[in-house]
Design a protein around this ligand. Structure first.
Ligand SMILES: [Zn+2]
Length: 366
């Protein structure tokens, strides 16, 4: 009875503590900072930091700097730091608060800088995507509702914040990231490596390397970290498709006029998927092709052009009206003896090349 009363007293305090942590998530939370620190310490103590030659140090610092400069706008609150851990393991891990570890084994085995950049970019991706904080929130939810509350409240001597952090920290290391989080970090790594001037094929190369070499580790603790990189076949397939898509898009949409030209042809052929492929959403998937097909503005334009097309003098031309700082406007003029239909096309430079940002607007009709 006495211990039940104790538990009832402790629970509101625990809840308050968790609430306070959750209210500070506008930046990296204190709990994430503490967990990152503890987990980095854990690996530093166990294996030590690798002693790098001047050349090795220069190489890794250079790659790290080039990537973090480009990643900074996506995660201004993160304190990016890289540790090279002295273990002959082919792995890397994200610890939270911008801290990441690359094991010396991986550093020694990568075939080129593009692969090393891909690894670091992937770990940065976990940071940009707030994956540690998301996991902390989930674990806290489970703790509040489930068995871990019992565990914490039963341990009457040690139920303060450090106990809670140690518990979460342990679960995080055991659990790793889920498939969705891995996929998003892979996705980010393709664009970050590209932005920093590396060949994004490195992301595929490193997965193939992991596949060829994995399976040799007998140390259970290190094998555990491999759970950060499951499904290598799926990931190779996904990354190959993504890198190809990005490269094709860039070939097709290398200039505002090239993109507008595809849009113009799509309207002419009443080909919705061709039109849709010129839009930013077509790759980023903010809207689906299916929902796009019912777009009333596009359908109205297609109908008008269909009528013009029956005129034997029908043709179309394009003018680049304006292009500043990654944005552009192109006018498409569909002409016939009877009528001119002019469309204003607004474009934006993205990782995929120049893309249409909204429906064409009719601005002149005769
Ligand atoms: Zn990962």
């Amino acid at each position: 009875m006495k211990s039940l009363r104790k538990s009832l007293f402790i629970l509101p305090i625990l809840c308050l503590f968790l609430l306070l942590i959750n209210f500070s998530v506008y930046a990296v939370s204190d709990i994430e900072k503490e967990i990152a620190k503890q987990n980095v310490e854990k690996y530093k103590e166990k294996f030590g930091l690798a002693e790098l030659s001047t050349t090795e140090e220069k190489r890794i610092n250079n790659i790290f700097d080039r990537l973090t400069v480009k990643a900074h706008p996506d995660a201004i609150d993160l304190n990016f730091k890289l540790y090279v851990i002295d273990a002959p393991v082919l792995n890397a891990a994200y610890m939270g608060d911008g801290h990441m570890m690359v094991f010396k084994g991986l550093l020694d085995q990568v075939e080129n800088d593009n692969q090393l950049a891909a690894i670091i970019a992937h770990e940065i991706g976990h940071g940009v995507n707030d994956d540690i904080q998301d996991s902390i929130n989930i674990i806290q939810g489970i703790q509040l509702g489930g068995a871990l509350v019992d565990l914490i409240t039963k341990d009457s001597e040690n139920r303060d914040s450090s106990n809670l952090i140690a518990n979460i920290s342990m679960i995080l290391l055991k659990k790793g990231f889920d498939r969705g989080q891995e996929k998003e970090a892979d996705y980010y790594s393709v664009f970050l490596t590209k932005k920093a001037g590396y060949d994004p094929h490195g992301t595929i190369g490193v997965m193939k390397l992991l596949k060829r070499k994995s399976g040799g580790s007998s140390d259970s603790e290190l094998a555990e970290l491999f759970s950060d990189h499951p499904n290598l076949d799926n990931r190779i397939e996904y990354l190959t498709a993504l890198v190809t898509e990005v490269e094709n898009a860039q070939k097709l949409y290398y200039s505002p006029v090239a993109t507008a030209s595809r849009l113009a042809q799509g309207i002419l052929a009443a080909n919705n998927s061709l039109i849709y492929s010129t839009y930013t959403e077509s790759i980023q998937d903010a809207i689906s092709l299916e929902s796009f097909s019912t777009n009333s503005q596009i359908n109205r334009v297609i109908k008008k052009i269909k009528v013009l097309k029956t005129d034997s003098s029908f043709s179309y031309d394009m003018e680049l009206r304006n292009q500043v700082d990654g944005t552009a406007r192109v006018a498409i003029n569909y002409l016939s003896d009877a009528e001119i239909i002019s469309l204003a096309i607004d474009l934006m430079k993205t990782e995929y090349g120049w893309r249409v940002v909204r429906e064409p607007r009719l601005y002149k009709s005769r």
